[in-house]
Design a protein around this ligand. Structure first.
Ligand SMILES: Nc1nc2c(c(=O)[nH]1)N[C@H]1C(S)=C(S)[C@@H](COP(=O)(O)O)O[C@H]1N2
Ligand SMILES: [Mo]
Length: 201
């Protein structure tokens, strides 16, 4: 009996099950950002946790790298419809960062801030419980500047625009405040499995 080969663009079942609705698989790693890649000097790098305008704690590159390390492997999904399977990341979990800050979370909402003035909002519940990290490595190598090096947020269960590159801090906000893309029509939460691309999805 003849077996029909895969024809056309219909991916095999195992791939389709791992692809959220409307996504296609890519094997490369596209670069997406609102402006030029900032150059960041590790000697002056810092990561600051704030409650509104008020700093809670800052870490230098050295202090940040002394925190416990976390690894995560899995799939990432960009709102521009590419997904990439089996990515491997390493960094510091938000659980470990918040524990090191030593204060209870003052609110349930945060805005991540990049060195390019990019911002994006993520609820506290989506950053803790092992769900997110400040990543320094992907695929076993330090993050290149184009992919957010030296450190970026990684929130892999949400669309990738939530994973702020060149992250310089996280700020607790009183209410869920939209960031750069959320204020321009993108979804406030961005769950790829519910296809929450735009406000109202
Ligand atoms: N600081 C910053 N972070 C950012 C962006 C940006 O413009 N600035 N773009 C976001 C978007 S829309 C996507 S899809 C991912 C892309 O990450 P990559 O370039 O590593 O694939 O970064 C996100 N994080
Ligand atoms: Mo994106």
């Amino acid at each position: 009996m003849a077996t029909r080969g895969f024809t056309g663009h219909r991916p095999p079942d195992a791939t389709r099950e791992r692809l959220p609705p409307g996504q296609s698989l890519t094997t490369d790693f596209p670069v997406l950002q609102i402006g030029p890649t900032p150059r960041i000097d590790l000697a002056t790098w810092s990561f600051t946790l704030r409650d509104g305008a008020k700093p809670i704690k800052s870490w230098t590159w050295e202090a940040f790298n002394a925190l416990p390390r976390t690894q995560w492997g899995g799939d990432i999904h960009c709102v521009t419809q590419w997904s990439k399977f089996d990515t491997r990341w390493e960094g510091v979990s938000l659980d470990d960062l918040l524990a090191d800050a030593g204060v209870p979370a003052p609110t349930d909402f945060l805005l991540a801030e990049g060195h390019d003035d990019y911002t994006t909002n993520v609820p506290l519940a989506d950053l803790v419980g092992g769900k997110a990290m400040v990543a320094t490595h992907v695929g076993g190598l330090p993050l290149t500047p184009d992919h957010g090096g030296p450190a970026r947020l990684l929130v892999p269960h949400l669309y990738f625009w939530k994973s702020a590159k060149w992250v310089k801090g996280l700020r607790f906000t009183r209410r869920d405040e939209g960031g750069f893309w959320e204020l321009r029509g993108y979804h406030m939460y961005g769950d790829p499995w519910r296809e929450q691309r735009f406000a109202g999805d």
